[in-house]
Design a protein around this ligand. Structure first.
Ligand code: GAR
Length: 190
């Protein structure tokens, strides 16, 4: 059975979607460790409710940086848990070496945009502000750039004339929750 590690900073709805796919038999996997850089993140509560092992990533007081020592500790914790594929699920720090080197081509991310359009933060807000006609989400392999790694799968979401950033993001998240488990399966088969 595929062993997954999950990193998240926020609500953890994508982790929940992966967990639901496992429970419903759509994904033959188990989540072996959930890590967060934010002690108050709801993803940790969701994980505890599901009896999943959790741990905090100590980013040494940096608000945005993912310090090298913290990346080394994260890689060690994931390796000790036997994780084979790492899913970034709303994880808000840029992953670099040495974490990348510990799991080459095995770290996935799900930004809320049709990459290469709108890499980085708050992509749905930019799509609405620009009057874009469509948006969506992308699952890609993480490399050392900002949302630049090879694309595994995408889902398109049309923008409606009445969309606000919040309504668009909500519809993108519905697609994220469907797409992420499918993309994990695709990567596991390669
Ligand atoms: C998701 O919409 C995801 O696309 C986005 O954060 C949200 C996390 O939601 N990720 C990024 O912006 C990555 N740069 P969740 O915590 O409920 O899964």
């Amino acid at each position: 059975m595929l062993r997954l590690g999950v990193l998240g900073s926020g609500s953890g709805s994508n982790m929940q979607a992966i967990l639901d796919a496992i429970r419903e038999g759509r994904l033959d996997a188990e989540i072996v460790l959930v890590l967060s850089d934010n002690p108050d993140a709801f993803i940790l509560q969701r994980a505890r409710d599901a009896d999943l092992p959790t741990a905090l990533i100590d980013c040494r007081g940096f608000a945005q940086k993912f310090p090298t020592a913290a990346q080394q500790e994260t890689a060690a914790a994931l390796q000790a848990a036997g994780a084979e594929i790492i899913c970034l699920a709303g994880f808000m720090r840029l992953v670099k070496r040495p974490l990348l080197d510990a799991f080459p081509r095995r770290i996935l991310n799900i930004p809320p945009s049709l990459l290469p359009a709108y890499p980085g933060l708050h992509a749905w807000e930019q799509a609405v502000a620009d009057g874009a006609t469509e948006s969506g989400c992308t699952v890609h392999l993480v490399d050392d750039g900002m949302d630049t790694g090879p694309i595994i799968a995408q889902a398109r979401v049309p923008l409606l004339p009445t969309d606000t950033p919040a309504t668009l993001h909500a519809r993108i998240q519905i697609e994220e929750h469907r797409l992420y488990p499918e993309a994990i399966k695709m990567v596991a088969q390669t």
